[in-house]
Design a binder for this molecule. Structure first.
Ligand code: HEC
Length: 491
């Protein structure tokens, strides 16, 4: 028989049970403390404190901790866990040791908080067991993600949403805005909220309508997960809330019709080819993925995966003929990729700073990029990628660039609180769209090209006429949020 344990942990647990008994009165029966669950209690601690160095890529000490099987097997020093004996298990002792060699290493991070190290100790004492139903080879990052449920958005926001993405509906009558764990759909004529679509992603970073009227959305939860999903905004509402239709894009397969990608970090950008047959996305995993939608969304096929940037991919664009893929990176470059030959064509380095967005002239002869150098630049997308011109630009970082659907115009959104339109040939500034009072992260053009929409960090959305920059509508896209008037305006 196993000897009872007298360690401080069990003593504490016993004290807690005693306290419970005392509160509940003598009639309550003694409940043994709930056993530690590996996936619910242990794995989250490892994810937070260890995975940064002990995942499949880094494997510090040849130790990958992202599956139960590998945790038990250990690294170059062999098995780090002695079942039942936490004091004999490096897996635990390295967390709490007073010696120089600690985990995480002393110069690399804070010690694991005592309460959490105690959980690891108890798990080892209880037999270092895996939860029933979980495979020893299961990817823990994925398993933790699956167990996470998104919160239901508040009926009334107490803080403004950050608008990272916008899209006009194909009929041009409504505007879809990225909210907090939801998409909000606004009727443009009345500036009224008509539909709320709950989504798993905390934020939507990019959106595009497909030819069949479905909406592709790239998003994520920073540092946790990212996805590309396709939504049917015409699905039957789950309920009505004060006249607003509520769609369940988390669990209802008639609303969230297809998941193209489930990633470990946010997906930041998205583009759909002019013929709607290709969809590309890029994000924090530095990877660009290209899907073939020739057979429709249901039969979408991942066609290729492009790892061409050394850092986050912040912008993507496709040439009209579908031959070239343009990408913008946090690695301070814009790049061109030949989709058919599956090879890199060129790197455009002139921004010398973060490149946030890319676009291409419809005939494929000119590439455009914007970045943290505040500049709009155009360049030859073939040969050596020579710069044609630095077009000047904005007073601050330029976050987004989109091409007008009908005219040779470009639209850019900036931290200088404005959107500007530019002549594609001369890079002359045509109009400046004003009135937003914070960083402008999102810009969209209506399908007929007559309206431009911008969305800002403080939840404000504005719609202007493209030709004369007069305001059509202005509203805050945070449902129920009462805009607080700041005593001193934010610079
Ligand atoms: C900042 C990076 C970093 C973090 C975070 C980190 N480790 Fe390590 N770990 C290392 C390095 C580097 C080694 C190899 C050198 C060594 O063994 O001291 C290592 C080795 C180990 C080993 C020995 C593996 C073997 O067989 O050689 C164990 C066990 C270990 N870590 C456990 C943990 C645990 C548990 C955590 C989380 C609480 C953690 N580490 C967090 C960097 C890290």
């Amino acid at each position: 028989m196993k000897r009872p344990c007298y360690c401080i942990l069990c003593a504490l647990a016993a004290a807690a049970v005693a306290a419970l008994l005392f509160v509940a009165g003598p009639s309550a029966s003694a409940q043994p403390p709930k056993p530690i669950s590996f996936i619910n209690d242990v794995a989250p601690i490892l994810k937070e404190n260890c995975f940064a160095c002990h995942d499949t890529k880094k494997r510090s000490g040849k130790y990958d901790m992202t599956t139960f099987e590998k945790i038990v097997a250990g690294g170059s020093n062999g098995e780090p866990i002695t079942i039942g004996k936490h004091d004999d298990s490096e897996f635990y002792t390295l967390m709490v040791t007073k010696e120089e060699r600690r985990m995480p290493p002393r110069d690399k991070g804070e010690a694991v908080p005592k309460a959490k190290a105690d959980i690891i100790a108890r798990w080892i004492q209880e037999g270092a067991k895996l939860d029933a139903g979980l495979a020893p080879k299961a990817d823990l990052v994925k398993e933790l993600r699956v167990r996470w449920a998104p919160p239901v958005p508040a009926e009334k926001y107490s803080f403004p949403t950050i608008v990272n993405a916008l899209a006009f509906t194909p009929d041009g009558k409504q505007l879809v805005v990225g909210g907090h764990h939801e998409l909000t759909v606004w009727d443009i004529a009345s500036a009224k909220l008509v539909t709320r679509v709950r989504i798993r992603a905390e934020r939507a970073y990019a959106m595009a309508f497909l030819p069949d009227g479905k909406l592709a959305v790239a998003g994520g939860r920073p540092g946790q997960e990212g996805d590309v999903r396709i939504f049917n905004l015409a699905a039957k509402p789950k309920e009505m809330q004060n006249g607003v239709a509520i769609l369940d894009g988390v669990n209802d397969p008639l609303t969230m019709v297809k998941q193209l990608l489930d990633a470990d970090d946010s997906v930041l950008c998205l583009a759909v080819s002019a013929d709607g047959k290709r969809l590309v996305s890029g994000g924090c995993d530095r990877t660009v993925r290209v899907w073939d939608l020739t057979g429709g969304v249901a039969a979408a096929k991942l066609e290729q995966t492009v790892e061409n940037h050394a850092d986050w991919v912040l912008g993507v664009a496709l040439s009209a003929d579908g031959k070239y893929l343009l990408t913008a990176g946090r690695d301070k470059t814009a790049k061109v990729w030949d989709l058919k030959a599956k090879e890199s064509v060129l790197t455009f380095p002139e921004h010398q700073n973060i490149v946030y967005g890319v676009a291409m002239k419809a005939d494929g002869t000119v590439g455009f990029s914007v970045g943290a150098d505040k500049q709009l630049r155009n360049w030859k997308p073939t040969g050596e990628g020579k710069q044609i011109k630095a077009g000047g630009g904005h007073g601050d970082d330029v976050f987004k660039i989109v091409a007008h659907p009908k005219e040779p115009l470009l639209l850019t959104a900036s931290a200088d609180k404005s959107i500007r339109s530019w002549n594609m040939e001369t890079l002359a500034n045509v109009k400046t769209f004003q009135g937003l009072t914070d960083f402008v992260y999102a810009v969209a053009v209506s399908p007929d090209g007559k309206q431009v929409a911008g969305g800002a960090y403080d939840g404000e959305v504005r719609i202007w006429k493209t030709d004369d920059a007069t305001v059509v509508k202005a509203f805050n896209a945070s449902p129920g949020y009462v805009v607080k008037v700041a005593a001193t305006p934010k610079k």
